[in-house]
Design a protein around this ligand. Structure first.
Ligand code: UFG
Length: 329
């Protein structure tokens, strides 16, 4: 049997492919290469360039490759873009996921692993935020993902498929073996932006908001290393295959760091000082978002290996340097 990874040429999906291969799994990648890269897919792994919402294509792949599980990573992920163009997000993240799920059901795919997000919680009243608090996404991105969570829940009840919904907090870092990292040129994520500033690939950086109700006034997030994150997916797959019940869990370490703390670590790890501008708030940013991370440990036996911001930043920095060199600087 094989695992179909949608978005397997992208950042998190690409790391999932590596982790599955390392675990001895057979993998097939479906990616439209809109933000992913063909070079990110290892030799020997079939890469089908196409749309995960194309049911005829997905039917064909599932039958040809004896797919028993789908790990669905392909998605639009930029919150401000989702506010500006919500229908794009509902079409891509929600409607196409419905089609994918229909293909899974009619081809009797047994398990579905879904990349969800902490954005389903919106502005949590308390932190750490556990899985069973009320869900109140504040932007179309979070809503587009939450609807898929609901579809999965209903479909699993009706059809016997089992699923794992994994709600990511702030994913960062790169493959410890140096094979892959965050490669999107216009990435907006804090650690990526900060290492680009350190390398001089952008002129300094902004801190968005210094008047939040946090100890240093800047936002707090729970940064989870990407290999730790994808290992949770592989463990979730093993759990479902061994008969485990469908599961929804947070993916984070359970503690947070502020924007200023992250920047300090980037300067320390790289040994490079760069300009940091204290700017106004970015719309839609919750003050703090930290995972209640007990369930993932209890149910999957997951243990992080890279719960160290210095390690995460070093990986991101080294990847950024390698990426720049491969492009010819
Ligand atoms: N930040 C800066 N300067 C930058 C970039 C980010 O100060 O140049 C700040 C942001 O304002 C925020 C923090 O760093 O306070 C983290 O921002 P990121 O953009 O790295 O990540 P987000 O917390 O906004 O996004 C994450 C996920 C999204 C998810 C969202 C839910 O990446 O997919 O959490 O809140 F939707």
């Amino acid at each position: 049997m094989s695992v179909l990874v949608t978005g397997g040429a992208g950042y998190i999906g690409g790391h999932m492919v590596l982790e599955l291969l390392d675990a001895g799994e057979k993998v097939v990648v479906l990616d439209d290469l809109s933000t992913g890269f063909a070079w990110a897919v290892p030799d020997g792994v079939p890469l089908i360039v196409g749309d995960f919402g194309d049911m005829a294509l997905v039917d064909e792949i599932v039958r040809a490759h004896q797919i028993d599980a789908i790990a669905h990573f392909a998605a639009k992920i930029v919150v401000p873009e989702s506010v500006a163009d919500p229908l794009l997000y509902y079409a891509n993240n929600t409607a196409k996921a419905r089609n994918l799920l229909e293909c899974a059901v009619r081809n009797k795919v047994k398990h579905f692993i879904f990349s969800s997000t902490a954005a389903v919680y919106g502005e949590p009243k308390t932190n750490p935020v556990t899985e069973d608090v009320g869900l109140a996404p504040i932007n179309p991105y979070g809503r587009s993902k939450l609807m898929v969570e609901w579809m999965l829940e209903d479909t699993a009840k009706a059809c016997g498929l089992t699923y794992a919904v994994l709600r990511y907090f702030n994913v960062a870092g790169a493959d410890p073996k140096g094979r892959l990292g965050q490669s999107t040129p216009q990435a907006t994520h804090l650690i990526k932006v900060a290492v680009q500033a350190a390398l001089g690939h952008r002129k300094g950086m902004d801190v968005f908001g210094t008047d939040y109700p946090t100890p240093d006034g800047t936002c707090i997030r729970d940064y989870i290393q990407v290999t730790d994150l994808v290992r949770a997916h592989v463990q979730a797959l093993a759990y479902l295959r061994s008969g485990g019940a469908s599961l929804t869990c947070n993916c984070g370490y359970g503690h947070g760091r502020s924007v200023l703390e992250v920047i300090k670590v980037v300067k320390k790890v790289t040994g490079i000082d760069f300009e940091v501008r204290l700017s106004g708030r970015r719309p839609g940013d919750p003050a703090a978002l930290v995972a209640g991370a007990d369930r993932i440990r209890a149910v999957l036996g997951w243990q992080p290996r890279y719960d160290d911001l210095e390690v995460i930043v070093r990986q991101a920095f080294e990847w950024e340097r390698r990426l720049h060199n491969r492009k010819g600087g």
